[in-house]
Write a protein of this length. Structure first.
Length: 161
């Protein structure tokens, strides 16, 4: 007989040995329950119990609203909300960076340490007429336009008669 067959027959014999499990009440020493078990029956019982518990847990998580509490699981609606929020966050961070750059430039200008490029289109004050730069309307031009409009209206009335 080979060594492997001898080991197998020994293991199989140990799996089929009957054991008695007895539950006894400590105070009265009365037998509460008694079971006849073999190692094979105990293994099958525990394996079946494990499979049933795992199956029930998976069913509870997949078929009830508890699935939304599982990390990484989400509906399409929440996924789209996450994408929209990421886009908003990116645009807001760009806006904050632009505002920070603007504030830094203003601070440098006020301190006199601005190192930017000078403006190449400077105004020559000798060439600029003060009348064109005034924000108030020129009275002479207004009078000329008003007189011209009155003359055109009078001509239109004479032609209509």
């Amino acid at each position: 007989m080979s060594k492997l067959a001898f080991i197998r027959s020994g293991i199989l014999k140990k799996l089929n040995i009957n054991y008695r499990v007895v539950f006894i009440d400590d105070e009265s020493l009365q037998e509460v329950a008694s079971f006849k078990l073999t190692m094979r029956k105990l293994y099958i019982l525990l394996s079946t119990l494990f499979v049933v518990i795992v199956t029930l847990t998976v069913c509870v998580l997949l078929l009830t609203p508890l699935k939304y509490y599982v990390p990484g699981y989400g509906s399409d609606k929440t996924h789209m909300q996450v994408i929209r929020l990421k886009r908003n966050m990116d645009s807001l961070s760009d806006l904050v960076a632009a505002q920070q750059l603007y504030e830094d430039n203003i601070k440098n200008i006020v301190r006199g340490t601005y190192n930017g490029q000078p403006d190449t289109t400077k105004l020559d004050l000798n060439q600029v007429r003060k009348e064109e730069m005034s924000i108030f309307p020129q009275t002479d031009e207004i009078k000329k336009k008003a007189i011209e409009e009155v003359r055109q209206e009078n001509k239109a009335k004479k032609n209509a008669k």
